[in-house]
Write a protein of this length. Structure first.
Lengths: 110, 110
DNA sequence: TTATCATATGAACAATCGTTCATATGAGGT
DNA sequence: ACCTCATATGAACGATTGTTCATATGATAA
């Protein structure tokens, strides 16, 4: 029957799909990339590690705004930090970050 | 001087950075992936093309909610559609989509 | 200690977002 | 014409988000 084949098909797609929790985690990851301030920060850090005020100066934004966003990025484990005296240097946690950005770039430029 | 080297460094990072418009476009792309409903839809469509009501049934969500999200995905050029009688079938616009998702998946599973 | 510089953080605000509900459009079928 | 099924859409709602402002913490120097 037609209806049975339909249900069969839905079931098949369902079983291939990762569990809700995983997909939620995935969308959370992408939403971190979904803000231009954070993208700029990530890009800057992919060039070299930087202090908070340096990033703020580079992006012409408030130190507070940057600090808040660094918190988000740190929470998503995309960046790490290192303290040297008064200043804190931030850097990319791994190079998945850059490859995700590059993949997105590739999609845009077509 | 120390201060000149700092400005030099900032300038160098700036020149390497894509222009604001591009980064805004990039973050908009990622924010489309930044919602679990949309991720689920994209995943489903990466398995096979599907009608609106089929997606709604699969995700146990309202037809309206799905339709609104399909609009977002279509606007981001991640999906296309094909009409067959009364029903409209949606499918992935290209396979960048799947590779972006896979890249994200790779980051999560570590 | 006190002063200063670098960074972090909490509250408040406007703006954006995803869903729901009601309704509109559009394409058959009778 | 009418009815029905599939899809689209506008308004409204609560929820989340990014920035600002004010203030707190933390580290160094005097």
């Amino acid at each position: 029957m037609e209806h049975d084949k339909h249900k069969e098909m839905l079931k098949q797609v369902m079983t291939g799909m990762p569990k809700d929790e995983t997909l939620a985690e995935l969308s959370e990851l992408f939403s971190v990339f979904g803000d231009s301030t954070r993208i700029k920060i990530l890009w800057a850090l992919s060039e070299r590690e930087m202090s908070v005020c340096c990033i703020a100066e580079l992006l012409k934004m408030t130190q507070s705004a940057i600090s808040h966003q660094l918190k988000n990025l740190r929470h998503a484990k995309l960046i790490s930090s290192r303290r040297e005296g008064k200043t804190v240097y931030y850097f990319l946690a791994d190079d998945h970050v850059r490859s995700i950005i590059d993949q997105g770039m590739e999609h845009i430029s077509e």
